[in-house]
Design a protein around this ligand. Structure first.
Ligand SMILES: [Zn+2]
Length: 378
């Protein structure tokens, strides 16, 4: 237990001296030293050069998580593209490559190729490195099984069986991994009892954190807000089997298609790229872009208020295919929900974009999942 405690503190807080570790864990200096030596011998942590710790001139050796081996090989599976990255115990990640997401047989063949590419370039260890998958759909996290990915129409796929790799496999929904990433790195989420990550991309997903735990539900569909209905009599279909779903009105595909239908093709190959081109036009005051985005902003507001009324989160985070949704449309969204919300519903609720900027939150979250698993299986 003490080993787990010390490794988790080093992973979460970065380089620390033995004295600092002793203070943080309330373990005696000799216990800390013994555990540090053991973790170091087994290659999980290493010592830094002596670094200046205060003005008096004392120099201390800091203990840090090792970058000797990869803690994870990450597959951030999008509807159009899959990104491959590696992660380390020190929480850093590095993008390796990307490929287009094809149907399952081709996809898993390509995944195996990506793994062998990684094996040539990085130090990966079957007994220590996790393969972590982020999916835009419903995942059985205990069995690493894809239950259903609506926008790809993938169903009932057991990753251990289709991949047959020596590595341990972890998998989760992209929005769940995003809220996990935020909870590891942003103080407002760490302090909050409840937080919500709204993942707006080709579909819409949600990650709810209730009392510091990701809410999964009986069949792993908790917080699947994209399939809540916003127009009950609508015939507009989502990729599932429902009609009038929120994601049929407020995914990034909707304004892109609306614009292209009326005003011509947008720059970019994927919806993510085209949506970015559309928001560029919007920022420059383009009237057509404004018209194409009007319905999207309206429905984004409606669904956001539904989430606020369901979860009443302390922190409501926007991200996904675009990491600046709140910066772009927050003023309009807030204006609309403020008019419709019950009194005090919005008091002290923080609305913001994800902190991860150009990095994709599920990639960070996937590595957090791997480091947590490393600690738990120590
Ligand atoms: Zn639906």
């Amino acid at each position: 237990m003490n080993e787990r405690l010390i490794l988790s503190i080093i992973i979460e807080n970065g380089p620390l001296s033995r004295i600092e570790l002793s203070k943080l864990t309330k373990l005696t200096p000799s216990t800390v030293s013994r555990i540090v030596s053991s973790l170091q011998e087994r290659g999980f942590i290493e010592e830094s050069e002596r670094v200046q710790t205060n003005q008096v001139g004392r120099k201390a050796i800091k203990i840090l998580a090792t970058k000797e081996f990869c803690s994870s090989v990450i597959f951030n599976v999008g509807v159009e593209k899959t990104e491959v990255a590696v992660g380390y115990l020190d929480n850093s990640t590095e993008k390796v490559e990307e490929f287009s997401t094809k149907k399952p047989e081709l996809f898993f063949k390509r995944v195996k190729k990506a793994i062998s590419n990684v094996e040539k370039k990085y130090k990966v260890l079957p007994e220590r490195t996790f393969l972590v998958f982020a999916f835009p759909g419903i995942v059985n996290v205990y069995e690493a099984k894809i239950v259903y990915v609506p926008n790809l129409d993938w169903k009932d796929i057991e990753l251990n069986r289709v991949l047959d790799e020596p590595y341990k496999i972890l998998a989760d929904n992209e929005a769940n991994l995003s809220i996990l990433a935020e909870s590891a790195f942003s103080q407002d989420v760490q302090k909050a009892e409840n937080a919500f990550f709204l993942y707006v991309s080709q579909g819409i997903g949600g990650g709810a954190m209730i009392n510091h735990k990701v809410l999964r539900g009986k069949n792993f569909t908790a917080a699947e807000v994209g399939h809540t209905i916003v127009e009950s009599k609508s015939r507009r279909k989502c990729q599932g089997r429902n009609q009038g779903c929120w994601e049929a009105y407020a995914s990034i595909k909707v304004p892109v298609n609306a614009y292209e239908k009326k005003y011509g093709e947008l720059k970019g190959k994927t919806y993510v790229e085209k949506f970015e081109a559309l928001t560029e036009l919007y920022k420059n005051g383009d009237e057509n872009a404004k018209k194409a985005l009007k319905e999207f902003i309206h429905y984004l507001s409606v669904g956001t208020l539904n989430i606020v009324n369901t979860f009443n989160p302390e922190v409501m985070i926007f991200g996904g295919g675009c990491n600046s949704l709140w910066k772009l449309f927050g003023k309009e969204i807030y204006g609309e929900i403020k008019e419709r919300a019950m009194p005090h519903t919005l008091d002290n609720v923080v609305f913001r974009d994800t902190i991860f900027g150009s990095t994709h939150a599920p990639i960070i979250g996937a590595n957090v999942l791997a480091t947590k698993e490393t600690i738990n299986t120590l």
